[in-house]
Design a protein around this ligand. Structure first.
Ligand code: SAH
Length: 239
């Protein structure tokens, strides 16, 4: 077994850290963690606030992180302070480590710049730590992104209830670009001609009485021809 270095560390600021584990601890990402290629840490802004004062004996103290928006409007916002405390904690922890510590901060937002595969590859190349800030409700007090500068990014033109799914999409895509995470680094699309249509056994599939055949070129054993076919297919895809 080759010895890998820890190539990418993800630090996620989220009110719902438990929502990540089932996805990250399966399959390729689970193996990559075991091989120390990627690493995840979660920080809950709630852990950085003091409990609210109780008014009556019946009230339970509550770790409050949200408040109404100035200027009115629906919903609640996550306050700046708990976020700033969490981010300060993460940065201090990283900077204590004398080793490589190039940090990229990502602020998730439906109105951010579109996250792409090219962006993911660039992050993998240039940074050792990625801090992802997940919002909830109507978002986060804007002063957080002013103080901790980073990239405002969206995964698509739709609005999610929180940043956790978007963070998972980015973690998955960035991890895939870390050397050694995919069994064979050639699996990364941009390193080869990746056809959008792929086939495996059986050679002839019968479904509801109809036969579906694998394209004959893939069975030819002629690698030049196969590559040519795949290149043509790849051209018609967006990747
Ligand atoms: N009213 C807010 C929407 C907040 S959605 C606005 O217009 O900006 C709540 C949180 O979910 C956001 O703070 C962000 O962290 C996350 N989120 C929602 N949709 C997203 C998307 N398409 N890409 C990335 N993050 C998103």
């Amino acid at each position: 077994m080759p010895i890998y270095k820890n190539n990418m560390k993800f630090h996620v600021v989220t009110l719902f850290p438990e929502s990540f584990s089932s996805y990250l601890n399966e399959s390729i990402l689970a193996r990559a963690q075991k091989n120390k290629l990627i690493d995840f840490k979660f920080y809950n802004p709630r852990d950085f606030v003091k409990p609210t004062k109780v008014q009556t004996k019946k009230d339970k103290p509550y770790l409050r992180v949200d408040e109404k928006p100035y200027g009115g409007g629906p919903g609640m916002l996550i306050q700046a302070e708990p976020m700033l405390k969490a981010l300060t904690f993460i940065k201090n922890k990283i900077e204590k480590n004398k080793k490589a510590n190039k940090i990229k901060i990502i602020h998730l937002s439906p109105s951010g710049k579109k996250f792409t595969n090219t962006y993911a590859a660039g992050v993998t190349k240039k940074f050792d730590h990625v801090i992802i800030v997940c919002g909830r409700y109507e978002g986060i007090d804007a002063r957080v992104k002013k103080i901790f500068k980073g990239d405002g990014l969206s995964i698509g033109d739709y609005v999610l209830t929180g940043g956790e799914l978007a963070a998972l999409v980015m973690i998955d895509t960035i991890s895939r670009q870390v050397k050694g995470v995919l069994g064979n680094h050639d699996s990364v699309e941009e390193m080869r001609n990746a056809s959008p249509d792929v086939y495996t056994r059986p050679e002839i599939l019968v479904f509801n009485g109809k036969k579906y055949k694998v394209p004959t070129v893939l069975l030819s054993g002629n690698h030049a021809k196969i590559e040519e076919w795949r290149a043509k297919q790849a051209k018609s895809s967006n990747l």
